[in-house]
Design a protein around this ligand. Sequence first.
Ligand SMILES: NC(=O)C1=CN([C@@H]2O[C@H](COP(=O)(O)OP(=O)(O)OC[C@H]3O[C@@H](n4cnc5c(N)ncnc54)[C@H](OP(=O)(O)O)[C@@H]3O)[C@@H](O)[C@H]2O)C=CC1
Ligand SMILES: O=C(O)[C@@H]1CCC=N1
Length: 268
Amino acid sequence: MTVAILGVGVMGEALLAGILQGGRPVSEVLAAEKRPERAAELTERYGIEVVDNAEAVKRADTVLLVVKPYDVGPVLDEVAASARPGQLFVSLAAGITTSFVEARLPGGVAVVRVMPNTPALVGEGMAAISPGSFSGDEHLAEAEDLLRSTGRSVRVPEKQQDAVTAVSGSGPAYVFMVAEAMIEAGVHLGLTRVTATELVVQTLTGSAALLRETGEHPTVLRERVTSPGGTTAAALRKLEEGGLRADFLVALEAARDRSRALSSGEPV
Ligand SMILES: NC(=O)C1=CN([C@@H]2O[C@H](COP(=O)(O)OP(=O)(O)OC[C@H]3O[C@@H](n4cnc5c(N)ncnc54)[C@H](OP(=O)(O)O)[C@@H]3O)[C@@H](O)[C@H]2O)C=CC1
Ligand SMILES: O=C(O)[C@@H]1CCC=N1
């Protein structure tokens, strides 16, 4: 069974690495990339064959679409004549609906939509999967199988994908911004940047592990850190005054709205 990845940038490479790590032989994976120097880099790094989009689709049983949302339409127009009934197309592009993809491919091609995130690069990704009009359980299972070594996945109705994109698709960027802000604050308090970075990275990693391993609600874990009249309460009060929670609501609404706009082909 051959898998083709169209667009091997940040996300495509995370998937490629995960698929190979999951034990699929490199002879069963094809890549399609625009720039010859990127193609050469991928062949050197993974031993993978890089071909053009149409050939990749011709030879593949499953096609992963990992180009930018505004490139999905042109790429589908380029490959539609090479697609055939019985194939599975898995789109990972933010905002692009299964009906958008289905409308550009021959009837009988199954389409699944996935919203992944970049921790997939280290096997800690979170992906949400939705079926299109012509895909069944076997197609969702195939997508899950491909994603298995990149982290976790859940099934959601497609109408929830814009919200998923706002929460877990873009989510790593919010966490990295918190990391940046905490490191800079530590430097402001007189720590070296190296020490501040180590403190923050391990604090985030440890807190995430605590959340996962205890299964406790974040409120309970936060309360355990917050001693009456102590340092944490003083800091949290400032974050509440700054409107952190409301900011997250507004920010995630903006991400959801942007995801919706991408599906209507709104330009960058
Ligand atoms: N990055 C993220 O955190 C996430 C991204 N996504 C989705 O994944 C998709 C890819 O995003 P990301 O990896 O960040 O973007 P990148 O720009 O890193 O990757 C896109 C890749 O597609 C290549 N490409 C562009 N046009 C074509 C073409 N016609 N044929 C073949 N390859 C082409 C690009 O090459 P070149 O550089 O030469 O243009 C690039 O290597 C997007 O749709 C995004 O919404 C989803 C969830 C998370
Ligand atoms: O910013 C974006 O549009 C993509 C989708 C989710 C994360 N990155």
